[in-house]
Write a protein that binds this ligand. Structure first.
Ligand code: SF4
Length: 190
């Protein structure tokens, strides 16, 4: 392992601490911000307490407390899933969406944009590969983008408002769905 890789690991750790220290705003704690961010990105098959616990590598009990707090503050709602009445589907409320517009992580994103400029894409690729390595070691799920999933079939219903198809779940997918993250996602190259 190179010294530079260790330097990078220290820097990521320090940035993470700085970002977390700015998160005690809006009356939300870091775990609550994580949950809001997840719900903003996840598709309808993945907005469940169990998937959220998986994504955060947390326990269901901890996630349950986080969700109770967010529901109490009016940021998150829960409804029975239209696909399976025994499970529930979480969603951001308008208030939750508005809170994310003031997400403290936007400050870090701004700093990255300034520092990386046109190399931001390369920076993201390196971080994504680093995350894949860490997940593989921990046997974690990828939670990748739908359009990069091996089950994603693009434009098989071209005249429909949901032109794509999921071969695993056998459902139609819209362009918006294709940009979300999913608990079932399996990278094409896997
Ligand atoms: S194509 Fe993959 S990522 Fe998209 S909904 Fe289906 S399983 Fe999930």
């Amino acid at each position: 392992m190179s010294e530079k890789a260790l330097d990078a690991a220290y820097l990521i750790d320090r940035l993470e601490r700085l970002a977390r220290s700015g998160e005690l705003v809006e009356g939300l704690n870091p775990a609550q911000w994580d949950a809001l961010r997840y719900l903003a990105q996840a598709n309808r098959f993945s907005r469940t307490p169990a998937a959220l616990a998986d994504y955060l590598a947390s326990t269901r009990g901890t996630v349950s407390q986080t969700l109770i707090a967010l529901e109490g503050k009016g940021y998150v709602s829960r409804e029975p899933s239209p696909r399976d009445k025994r499970s529930i589907e979480l969603a951001l409320t308008r208030q939750g969406e508005r809170a994310l517009k003031r997400d403290p992580l936007l400050v870090l994103a701004h700093d990255i944009a300034q520092a990386a400029g046109p190399r931001a894409e390369l920076f993201v690729e390196i971080l994504q590969q680093t995350l894949r390595n860490a997940l593989a070691r921990n046997r974690g799920r990828a939670f990748g983008i739908c359009a990069s999933c091996r089950h994603f079939c693009a434009r098989v219903h071209p005249s429909s408002g949901s032109p794509h198809h999921c071969a695993l779940l056998d459902v139609r997918l819209s362009d918006a769905d294709s940009r979300t993250i999913c608990i079932e996602q399996e990278p094409v190259a896997a």
